[in-house]
Structures are given as C-alpha cells and as structure tokens.
Design a protein around this ligand. Sequence first.
Ligand code: GLA
Length: 399
Amino acid sequence: MDLESNRNRMVQELGSRYGIGRASARLVFAPYRICPLGAHIDHQLGPVTAMAIDQGVVLAYASVPACEVRLTSLDFPGEVRFELASPGTARRRDWGNYARGAVQVLARAGYRLGRGLVGVMSGPWSESGLSSSAAVGVACLLALEDANELRISPEANIGLDQAIENHYLGLRNGILDPSGILLSRKGQLTRIDCATAGHRLIPAPPSMSPWSILLAFSGLKKALVGTDYNRRVAECEAAARILLNAAGRGQELPLLGRVSEREYAAYRDRLPEPLDRRAAHFFSEVARVDHGCRAWERGDLGEFGRLMTASGESSIRNYECGSPPLVDLYEIMRGCEGVYGARFSGAGFRGCCVGLVDREAAVPAANAIRRAYAERHPELAPDAFVAICHSDDGARAIR
Ligand code: GLA
C-alpha cells in the first residue's frame, strides 16, 4: 500500500465529505497481521507469532467539539453516526460496530470522551482472515484517543480492542490480532505470550534469504461470529476441564494453557473424540511456535516454513477448520516452487491462505496459484485473487 498517495486521497475525501481543511486532518494506519504460527491457541493462552503487513486500514479524521462520531468508508455504503454518550448495541454485519464498540469500551474503562470526530476510512480485503476487523477497531481507538488527548499504551489498547470483540461483538477470541497490529516491527517476528500478554520481537538475522508474504484469497466471505469459532473455543475449554479435573486442579479456569505438558501426557487418554484432537492441536501448536521462533532466530526459513505447513495440516485434521476450497488453496500454495510454507490465515473458516515465499519466486508462485485455483474452483475465481506483500511496522499515525 502506498501510504503517501493514499494519504492525499483520504485527506481530499475528508475535505469533500466533511469540509475539513488539510491542516486539521489527521491520519492513522492500522496494518493487517499475519500469524505464521500459533493458530487458534491465543484464546487458550498459548504463545503465538505475528507480523504486521504493508496493507491495512487508513482512517483520516478530525476532532470536532460536537459529542458525536460520523464516519464514512470508501468500501462500505452509508454513514455511521452516533452520539458519544449512546453508541448503542452491535448491529448485524455493520461496519460501524467497531467505532461504536471503541467508544463503549473506552467509556467502560473510565476514559472521558468529551470530543467527537468525523472521519473517512478505507481498507481493502475485509472478511479475509487478516484481522481487518481488529484493524478497524484499533484505528477507531487510536483516532478517538488522539481526538481526546488520551495517552494509552499499546498494551492497554490491546485489551481495549479485545474487549470490543469479546464483550461488544461476542467473539471469544484472544489477543493475537490487536497484538500483531500494535506491536509488530518491520522484518521481525513478534512472539506473543498470551498468558502474560508479554511479547518479544525476533529480528531476522542478516543471513536470512529475502522473502515475501503470499496471500491467496479463496473468494469465500463470512463473518467470524457466524462460524464455528466460538464452538471450538468451548471444545478447548471442555478438554481443559477434563484434564484439570484429572490432575486434581478442577478449580482452575478451564483453559488448555493452564494444563502442563506433563498433565496432558498423563491424562490425554481421558479425552473423548473430538476433544482429544482439539487438545492435540493446542499442544502440538505450542511446540511449533517454540521451534519456529528458534528457526527464525537462526534464519532457517526452510524449517520455519515446514512448521507453518504442519500447522496448516493440524488446523485441518485436529482443529477442523477450513472448507473444501480453502483446503484446496492451501494444498496448491504449499506445493508451489519457492514457497517455504503455507497455512490458513486467521481463523481459517473463510478467507485466505498465507505463505512465506522466496522473494525471487513470489511472482511465478502467485501466477501458478491463480491458474491452479481457477481451474479447480471456477465458480469462486471471480472473487479470488493472489497478492504479494511485505512485513511492516505496527499501527501508527501518518504524518
Ligand atoms: C481469529 C481471531 C484470533 C485468533 C485467530 C486464529 O483471527 O480473531 O484471536 O484466534 O483467529 O489463530
């Protein structure tokens, strides 16, 4: 995404839609994230990895004395308009939910919002498994905080964004998305410990070969709240409850991250199908994150990619996400020349696949994926596409 030309366009739109002059316009960029390793274990307090990419949500806005929020989007119809004092409840499939949710969680956390804002938002690839919803949430939070001169740390914003999704929208997800969006640094792998919310940036050593990120969109779209996401969270909790009871720690919060490896090995036989596979996914994914971080540190993209592909395999067999077209896309991508590894991006119930690819091989691999997927799924081909991206810094103001 060329932020400079995007900036000019967004400032112009803010001027024509709300009469805001260039000098009063402010902009924030909230990138999308990928999660190379650590699929579906954030909500169980496992460790995950993330990277921000050079695509995401741009919000051009201006602080206004009126106590209301008015937002339009280049991608969605209509205007979102509400009073700061009464954001209202979430509405079905409404892009304004993130702004409403941001106002609500800030107010609930005790922040005083005395100024409203007007704004124009843009962001490609919504509903694609790249955390576009969290990117919109983070952009709204940062703009509201700036408009009200609130200084809030990235760590606190991670909690606020998670509260939008958990408490306002009802998705029981973890901190992966806002952490990847807020904490990432270009060229580095972000390792997030979801139990402590601590993180570590792991630089790529100079010996690492140049790489790019491949994104292949299946053409399938669906909001996460309507998928099996929350059911899988409940299954993980049911597995954790059985394991903790067996270990004599039934009073603990039922999360797989609270079960030790030793306890899992001792009591895993007590798990009925499919809870046994949900737990197998969790514990094998934790190990892949640990091995992957070490491989990244050494610059071993071959091993890192192999672990990504194994994560994809476990997501299909053990965690049972994916759909036939998405699984086909994953298989096509992993088999392409120059692709180190591939997996579903995000929850993997819709959306896209992500791969790490040798930089020189990125264009031929993208072409090969396009051709093979269109042959296998001509019905989805009009909405499907492949993009090449790069890692980027986390959310920031654009000056
Ligand atoms: C979605 C959720 C995240 C995470 C991923 C799967 O993106 O929002 O919290 O659980 O799915 O890893």
